[in-house]
Design a protein around this ligand. Structure first.
Ligand code: SF4
Ligand code: SF4
Length: 690
């Protein structure tokens, strides 16, 4: 697409402010960008960067306390900011459409899908009711919904999140708009559903030459779908470039920091450690006078603290807001941090620490009165359905799987937060009773957990000092004075200032809270640490330092980690071994450095193919799963994956449980297809550039 065509959307020098009790804060400052016909423009940034405010300003959806303070937004040569509400109604939905993050809150829960689509069509076209109904079904077909007539007749709550998002895309495209604004549209979806929605988005936008502003925090998504990327930081556009160029040679130190904070597919902790970015984004109330990134930038020099850098054009088609871009471009200086070392990995696998034998977590679903009167058998959710697993001393075992895979239930059964209903768990040759309240202190101190959301794990009324003192006093019977000394050491270990002992959780940032939660978990020097999505709620620049911290503490404490995540890139980076779960069952267990090598379990093959790679040069085989993960109440017979398996063999997969097989490279795979045959028919899913 030539950049010489007239822009569909032109944002010029835009500043957006919010009126707050403390005065006006500017959430977007002096931002300019242009989107051409058929172009997808990715807008990336962490929380507080201003990316969502920019999207809302384009939609003219700013909240009552928000206002455009300066600049212009032109859409197809018309001034959007000058339009009356009536004029905007003609534009919304017809010429500019929004696809939000949460489709459910945008669909009317009391109107059937087909009627909602028909209503949107009739608002903007001359179709009569019958024609609109027919076209609604066609639109559902266009977004690859199987059985569209049936879906048109359903209410939003009767279809899955992935299908709701397809309906939103169908609705957004129904009037063939010139511009789509997408605000994190796949963030709430599982990776296989996300991949299918992104495929669909790419195809439809390409076919119709629609322009798109795609807002996301996910560098993998942006690498896969956008032609250009703009990076926002603390309300400013700091860099903007064609996607390939930005990933190949970022010119702004913040962009470099972001890229080095997420693991590339196949990146391992012992080869190339994640860099992370120390510190946090500045508060918008008090932006620095110089460069907004100066207090976190490894290349900051005096001028950076005194003068705000201009947005320069170092080469045609690229812009960057940094005083030192000429030196970065020429290679004289580099924003990569030199102080982060690769993590030494030793092989301790021969000594087992944790042993799971046929572990089950089944629980009945609440019965209605009618069911009870009819004496119906209660339905049973099989959250974990017979897992055998051994984890070696000082190893990190990663468990990956989508929602409903049972990975969190398995972790909770190990820690005792849910009582297992079958099987045995041994830790250090001690049998663990199912319920937490029957486990003695001597058992409790051996295993600890870090949760996804530190807000739920930390008591907001206690000081950090009190929170960290408790495990020493309660589990290790230390005196208060001895505990206080150890609290100071712990804070140092998680790199928080000593004065934080007096702060309470609401006074800390998300990353700081998670550091406190990690410090508390390591306080009693546990042998086994369960980390359940510990970085999912954090911005990527903070994620990297928390992951590295987990690793360092594990090595120092000589402990074992069970790391649970939906993010395969992160699991592959951190783990020594990986277990892939689906519907309460293990599908594959592999050494992490073999994860990307054939053979794969067919589910792992599809998962790897779906992962968004934060690197446009990575090529992947395209394997897509049909439908959604079935309910754990109704686990398919035979192989639990048979209803979606792209390599389905036939009756044997429906009728018989598959055998566990061991491949020559040591992978264990739960499938009826012999591993030799898998090795013949499968190709490496991910191709890394040499
Ligand atoms: S202007 Fe200075 S502080 Fe800002 S990004 Fe560039 S080198 Fe870093
Ligand atoms: S056993 Fe059958 S359904 Fe299951 S993964 Fe193997 S081929 Fe697919």
């Amino acid at each position: 697409m030539s950049d010489k065509t007239a822009p569909v959307l032109a944002i010029q020098d835009l500043t957006v402010g919010y009126q707050t009790r403390n005065g006006i804060i500017e959430a977007v400052r002096d931002v300019s960008l242009e989107i051409r016909k058929g172009q997808t423009y990715g807008l990336v940034g962490e929380s507080g960067s201003g990316k969502s405010t920019l999207a809302l300003a384009v939609m003219r959806y700013l909240s009552a306390n928000g206002e455009v303070r300066k600049g212009s937004i032109t859409f197809n040569d018309r001034d959007l900011l000058d339009m009356s509400t009536n004029e905007l109604r003609q534009v919304w939905g017809k010429e500019i459409s929004l696809v939000p993050q949460d489709p459910f809150s945008s669909l009317n829960p009391s109107i059937k899908i087909g009627e909602q689509l028909a209503e949107a069509l009739r608002q903007h076209t001359n179709l009569n009711a019958g024609e609109a109904a027919t076209q609604s079904v066609d639109l559902l077909k266009d977004v690859r919904i199987a059985d569209p007539e049936n879906v048109a007749d359903k209410y939003p709550h009767q279809i899955s999140g992935g299908m709701q998002q397809r309906v939103m895309i169908a609705m957004a495209l129904s009037t063939e708009p010139n511009l789509l604004v997408l605000d994190e549209p796949t963030t709430a979806l599982d990776v296989t559903t996300e991949a299918a929605v992104l495929d669909l988005f790419r195809e439809l936008v390409y076919e119709r030459q629609t322009s798109a502003l795609y807002v996301t925090h996910n560098l993998g998504v942006v690498a896969g779908i956008s032609d250009r990327v703009a990076v926002l930081y603390a309300s400013e556009l700091v860099e903007d470039a064609p996607t390939k160029d930005l990933f190949a040679q970022p010119l702004h130190p913040y962009t470099r920091g972001l890229l080095d904070s997420v693991p590339r597919l196949g990146q391992r902790k012992d080869e190339r450690p994640l860099q992370g970015i120390p510190g946090s984004i500045p508060g918008l109330q008090q932006l620095p006078t110089g460069c907004v990134y100066a207090d976190r930038c490894p290349l900051a020099i005096d001028i950076c603290f005194d003068e705000r850098p201009p947005l320069d054009t170092p080469v045609e088609g690229r812009r960057v807001r940094c005083h030192r871009w000429p030196e970065i471009l020429s290679g004289e200086i580099d924003a990569r941090r030199a102080d982060v070392e690769a993590i030494a990995v030793e092989d301790y696998s021969s000594q087992p620490l944790l042993d799971l034998d046929d572990v089950e977590v089944h629980y009945p679903v609440g019965q209605s009165l009618v069911d009870t009167v009819r004496r119906e058998e209660p339905q049973v959710v099989k959250a974990v359905d017979g897992v055998d697993l051994t984890v070696g001393t000082r190893r990190t075992l990663g468990i990956v799987g989508e929602s409903g895979s049972g990975k969190t239930s398995l972790a909770r059964a190990i820690i005792g937060l849910v009582a297992r209903t079958g099987g045995e768990i041994e830790l250090l040759d001690m049998a663990l009773p199912p319920e937490l309240n029957t486990r003695g202190k001597d058992v409790l101190r051996h295993l600890q957990i870090v949760f996804q959301n530190p807000d739920e794990a930390l008591n907001p009324y206690m000081t950090v000092g009190e929170i960290l003192r408790r495990p020493f006093v309660n589990l290790l019977d230390e005196s208060r004075q001895a505990a206080d000394e150890k609290v100071a050491e712990l804070l140092q270990a998680v790199r928080l200032p000593a004065e934080y002992t007096e702060r309470r959780p609401p006074q800390l940032s998300g990353g700081e809270k998670q550091r406190v939660a990690i410090a508390r978990a390591f306080a009693a020097n546990p042998d086994l640490m369960l980390a359940d999505e510990p970085v999912s709620a954090l911005d990527v620049s903070v994620q990297a330092s928390v992951l590295n911290l987990l690793n360092e503490l594990q090595i120092e404490n000589a402990s074992t980690t069970l790391f649970i995540s939906h993010d395969i890139g992160v699991v592959a980076y951190l783990s020594d071994e990986i277990a892939v779960m689906y519907l309460g069952n293990l599908m594959e267990v592999t050494d992490a450095d073999q994860l990307f090598d054939v053979p794969y379990h067919p589910y792992t093959e599809a998962l790897l193919s779906a992962v968004p790679a934060p690197d446009p040069s990575v090529k992947k085989e395209r394997i897509r799963l049909e439908g959604d993960i079935p309910s754990a109440i109704d686990v398919p017979t035979g192989c639990p994956f048979h209803t979606r398996c792209p390599r389905f063999l036939g009756d044997v997969c429906v009728d018989e449980k598959p055998p566990w097989q061991t491949a020559p490279n040591g992978k264990r795979i739960y499938c009826h297809i012999p591993v030799e045959e898998l090795m013949d028919i499968q190709k490496p899913v991910v191709k890394f550039e040499e």
